[in-house]
Design a protein around this ligand. Structure first.
Ligand SMILES: [Zn+2]
Length: 270
């Protein structure tokens, strides 16, 4: 019996191997982008955000514009942004959305400040990520998240999950941050993930990870809040710079602008 079992064990793979060789060539169809390729594309636009006493995550939405969580920028005037390929830029200006836990960091100087021995001075090229509405998504849709849990030691770590809740309203929880428009995902999130992008599997950012009830009940602010307003936000930074230069003041920048959020009606699922 032992011998028979031995032979059977080797005979089956040989038969399968023969069948594959003799099978007709399959009809070629366009290959769907592999998930791993999507992730590689997404990584280009995810950044680590270092402040004097805090570090978190963010992502690129314009050649000089970074999105992160509002609670990450409050009271901060110095940011060191690190891209996925290790280049670094410094920033000193942020605008926060007082109604929601969303903020924007503007990079005036794209000169790389990373220590890159043997290389010439250069400007960092940022790679904006595509954004879309959560209103176009459904409960249970797959998502992935890229950020820096527990800081740069876990730079641009990946986790996956699904949209686990929509149309959440936690405004009764007290601390506002616009909780009534949040949605949840069950992909793992930890301190340091704050500000990082939440993608659907088409590579589109649908929201900003801002907090969590637990490491797998994660609160996300939808991109719907500002997806059509990035040009306006860039204009606010330009106006801020103009007004400060006109006043001939030193490098003292303002914080805490209120961004009108009349687009809240777009968030929701019928
Ligand atoms: Zn560099």
């Amino acid at each position: 019996m032992c011998v028979g079992g031995f032979m059977l064990g080797y005979g089956v793979p040989a038969l399968v191997f023969t069948a594959i060789l003799e099978a007709p060539a399959p009809t070629r169809t366009p290959a769907a982008p592999r998930f791993t390729d999507r992730v590689q594309q997404s990584l280009k636009g995810v950044v680590h955000v270092q402040c004097p006493n805090w570090q978190g995550s963010g992502f690129v939405v314009g050649p000089r514009l970074i999105v992160t969580a509002r609670h990450c920028v409050e009271g901060v005037t110095s940011f060191l942004i690190t891209t996925n390929d290790g280049h670094q830029v410094r920033a000193t200006r942020a605008i926060s959305d007082k109604a929601h836990d969303v903020a924007f960091v503007w990079i005036d100087d794209l000169t790389c400040v990373a220590e890159e021995r043997g290389t010439l001075a250069h400007e960092v090229v940022l790679h904006p990520l595509p954004m879309g509405n959560i209103a176009d998504c459904v409960l249970g849709q797959s998502v992935y998240v890229i950020g820096s849990p527990y800081g740069k030691i876990n730079f641009n770590a990946l986790s996956v999950g699904v949209i686990s809740g929509v149309n959440r309203d936690w405004s009764e929880c007290g601390d506002s941050y616009g909780w009534k428009v949040a949605f949840t995902v069950d992909s793992a999130g930890h301190p340091g993930n704050s500000g990082c992008p939440v993608f659907t599997t088409d590579g589109v950012v649908r929201g900003i990870l801002v907090g969590g009830f637990s490491p797998v009940l994660i609160s996300v602010m939808p991109c719907d809040l500002f997806v059509e307003d990035t040009n306006m936000i860039a204009g606010m930074f330009a106006l801020d710079r103009y007004e400060h230069e006109k006043a001939a003041e030193p490098e003292v920048w303002s914080y805490g602008y209120v961004i009108e959020s009349e687009d809240l009606g777009r968030v929701g699922h019928d």
